[in-house]
Design a protein around this ligand. Structure first.
Ligand SMILES: Cc1cc2nc3c(=O)[nH]c(=O)nc-3n(C[C@H](O)[C@H](O)[C@H](O)COP(=O)(O)OP(=O)(O)OC[C@H]3O[C@@H](n4cnc5c(N)ncnc54)[C@H](O)[C@@H]3O)c2cc1C
Length: 307
């Protein structure tokens, strides 16, 4: 059985779209990555179930992604199916103020920035820390995205995943081991919906917090060159960026990839960078930081297609 057989079987039977040999450089913020054998946008839950059943039968590896803003995809691509969430997973409802209810319920395919902006416009506070974090709600939940002091996991009141072979499953958010850039959501579970606690607040104060966060980001991040956010996790009690900078690595290049001059924990694609360039740079940074500080930096970004 091959990816092409699966493609032929699925093509025409989905509400969403399916592409064969789709370059992942078009679907990652790094603008790097070879072809996914299949790139499937699942528009509905029925699509998602059908796709999972088919690719499992064809024994194809698969991965679910959001906006690809925390991914490094290998130059040879991904030998299976890359799934994304479409239409049915892009609905959300702000709390119903009249009933006193304070939960934002959203599909996992919604872009996080949409939720942040809409909550703000309607006077809800809680999501200000997420200003400028690219990606979808699903990606943010899986990564427990956040700032230095706040993360999205702390707002989660309900969480529904699709567990292949089992079906829709409500998880108890309080049972998950939320931690710095870690949700504990098992790989293979597809987050489909979450309920986030947000509260009515003062519009001026919400705006001020959001503006401060956006300003900080503009000053400290290389926002005009393709990248994938922080490359390494901050080690306990230290800043990965400062450790890298102290090794004199700002601006250090490997092919088309370079350590950002703006923030040393960002690797930027100066044009034509390959995944191999980025991996070589990551390994070099790790070696230098280990030699100079005795600290082994751990990547925060997710690697796809390197297995
Ligand atoms: C300029 C820039 C700034 C950034 N700033 C921050 C920041 O301040 N804080 C921060 O935390 N991150 C930051 N990031 C990293 C990134 O934006 C976040 O991790 C984001 O939440 C990833 O969302 P995504 O939809 O792009 O996920 P992807 O990158 O597509 O995927 C990330 C992981 O989530 C999994 N995943 C995605 N969707 C689902 C789903 N529905 N169900 C299960 N698993 C899923 C994927 O399999 C993958 O393992 C930044 C990135 C960039 C490029």
């Amino acid at each position: 059985m091959s990816a092409f057989d699966a493609y032929c079987e699925l093509e025409g039977s989905l509400s969403g779209t399916i592409r064969y040999n789709e370059p992942m450089s078009r679907h990652t913020s790094f603008r790097i990555g070879g072809p996914a054998r299949l790139l499937i946008e699942c528009a509905t839950l029925a699509d998602l179930s059908c796709v999972l059943e088919t690719i499992t039968r064809h024994t194809l590896p698969w991965i679910i992604i959001g906006k690809g803003s925390n991914l490094l995809v290998a130059d040879r691509g991904f030998p299976g199916a890359v799934l994304t969430l479409g239409r049915e997973f892009k609905n959300y409802h702000l709390p119903d103020a009249a009933s006193g209810q304070q939960q934002l319920v959203s599909g996992a395919g919604v872009v996080l920035a949409t939720l942040v902006q809409d909550a703000f416009k309607n006077g809800y506070q809680g999501l200000e820390f997420a200003v400028g974090i690219p990606g979808t709600l699903g990606g943010a939940l899986f990564m427990n995205a956040g700032s230095a002091s706040d993360w999205i996991g702390s707002l989660v009141e309900t969480l529904t995943v699709l567990r292949p072979g089992v079906g829709l499953l409500p998880l108890h958010p309080s049972d998950l081991p939320w931690a710095y850039r870690h949700s504990g959501i098992v790989r293979g579970d597809i987050i489909v919906e979450a309920g986030l606690r947000i509260e009515q607040g003062h519009l001026g104060q919400i705006r001020a917090k959001m503006e401060a966060a956006a300003k900080r980001r503009k000053k400290t991040q290389p926002l005009t060159t393709p990248n994938a956010g922080s490359i390494f996790r901050n080690p306990p009690g230290a800043s990965a960026g400062r450790l890298i900078e102290s090794c004199g690595l700002k601006g250090y290049r490997q092919g088309g990839a370079a350590v950002s001059e703006v923030h040393a924990n960002f690797i930027i694609n100066n044009g034509g960078a390959t995944a191999s360039d980025v991996v070589a740079l990551i390994m070099y940074i790790q070696k230098r930081v280990e030699e100079e500080h005795g600290i082994e930096l751990q990547p925060e970004i997710r690697f796809v297609g390197f297995e």
